[in-house]
Design a protein around this ligand. Structure first.
Ligand code: SF4
Length: 428
């Protein structure tokens, strides 16, 4: 059997019409289908009322058991492999450094974000615990079992951080407190720091304070969309979803006040129709507030309302990744950078030799998120292949080697004199 090299037509190679960025007018979500009454709110799962038997691996061909937080949570496939709960290997990764936990309910997330595999419009197609999210399945497991497993060997754990991802559900605030307490009752939060990926729509400032008081270390808000118009189109009125830009910013500002500098941040997806200038302005705003940005490259998640749209071209993604790293960790300001008429970065605002050294270190192109125990600018949350296939990596979940740097340089059109990169060279 031969190992096929990836073709240029794979996701992320180019945008629509061969452009090197995803323009606003292209990135229009499709309309959600109408969900029949009998499929709403997890009715089939609740009617069948099956008891889970140990870990549940998503399988939409069988009836999903009735699992509900805070007794059950879902975890990323990477975390389940790392814990030895499911078999599998990850391309060039031994493990993940972040235990990502996701609240779960038969009713699922009540929001309808256009790019998300967990969205409500999928009720008729797939039960909640079977839905793909950031390109992977999320096995469900008892929270008490996870805590017992980690608490048995905290010293030896590969995890540098644990993160609770809230979803939009009437019980998610209360259940996040319970899940957090289950963890901190048995595991010292100084040994494994805790992040909260919040759901601002249902939260108050008092909730943010309570999560801090209970021992969480970093609080993040998934803005996801970089502008108010994109937010409304992809997660607000445009797709009959309950979120508002204003409420998300209220909770982000509460997090700034309560968690303090470097202890709060925002998730942003690159390539949903914003310009590079718009996203860099937002990144600068977050840094000026004292926070960080955690970046994702848009990928057309199967079953989502944007699954027909192009992944972010690597040109656009690499420019924003590099510029964001300069602003977040190197003290460069967006005002020093230059942009063309279409908002694309044409000058990163620092001397070429300095820029070249930063590119060669490779850190700028690794997955961004809450830090682990290696360095402030290396994310524990490495999300292996959450925003791309291994054949055309967007966020590197591992330290880049020479071949990876050459690939990145070729995508940035910044190969050094005499340097080459042959498509697929890093995917033998
Ligand atoms: S609120 Fe979060 S989990 Fe729910 S649909 Fe939106 S992005 Fe997905």
């Amino acid at each position: 059997m031969t190992c096929l090299k990836p073709e240029l037509a794979i996701p992320g190679a180019k945008g629509a019409d061969g452009r090197d960025y995803n323009a606003f007018e292209v990135m229009e979500p499709r309309a959600p289908n109408v969900v029949p009454q009998g499929m709403k709110n997890g009715k089939p799962v609740k009617d069948a009322n099956l008891t889970p038997d140990g870990l549940y691996r998503p399988d939409y061909r069988i009836m999903t058991p009735n699992m509900r937080s805070p007794d059950y949570v879902q975890m990323s496939t990477a975390a389940a492999i790392t814990l030895g709960l499911v078999e599998g290997k990850m391309h060039r990764c031994g493990c993940t450094r972040c235990l990502n936990l996701l609240l779960t309910y038969p009713e699922g997330c009540r929001a309808n974000c256009a790019y998300c595999g967990l969205a409500r419009h999928r009720e008729a197609e797939r039960n909640y615990a079977d839905r793909n999210f950031i390109r992977v399945d999320w096995p469900a497991v008892s929270m008490d079992e996870i805590v017992a497993k980690i608490a048995a060997d905290v010293e030896g754990t590969p995890f540098h951080r644990m993160c609770i991802s809230m979803i939009t559900h009437p019980n998610s605030d209360a259940d996040t407190f319970t899940v957090l307490k289950k963890w901190t009752d048995k595991i010292d939060p100084d040994a494994i720091p805790i992040s909260i990926l919040s759901n601002p729509t249902t939260m108050t400032r008092a909730d943010v304070q309570r999560l801090r008081d209970m021992g969480s270390d970093i609080f993040t808000v998934a803005l996801d969309a970089a502008t108010p118009a994109l937010f409304d189109r992809t997660r607000g009125k445009g797709v009959q979803s309950p979120h508002s830009w204003k409420k998300y910013w209220e909770i982000l500002e509460d997090a700034r006040d309560i968690f303090g500098p470097k202890k709060f941040g925002a998730h942003i997806i690159v390539g949903m129709g914003e310009t590079e200038h718009e996203i860099m302005t937002l990144i600068q705003q977050l840094v000026d507030m004292g926070g960080h940005s955690h970046m994702f490259s848009f990928f057309p998640e199967k079953g989502s309302l944007m699954d027909h749209l192009p992944a972010t071209p690597r040109d656009q993604w690499r420019r924003v990744q590099l510029a964001r790293y300069l602003v977040d960790y190197q003290g460069v300001r967006v005002e020093q950078m230059k942009f063309d008429d279409e908002g694309r970065i044409t000058d990163f605002g620092i001397p070429k030799s300095e820029l070249s050294n930063i590119i060669d270190k490779g850190t700028a192109f690794r997955t961004s998120g809450c830090p682990g125990k290696f360095a402030e600018d290396i994310s524990a949350c490495d999300r292996p292949y959450g925003d791309s296939p291994p054949s055309n990596i967007a966020s590197y979940p591992f330290e880049l080697k020479d071949v990876d740097i050459r690939r990145v340089r070729s995508q940035l059109d910044m190969l050094k004199p005499g340097q080459t990169y042959e498509a697929g060279e890093d995917f033998e």
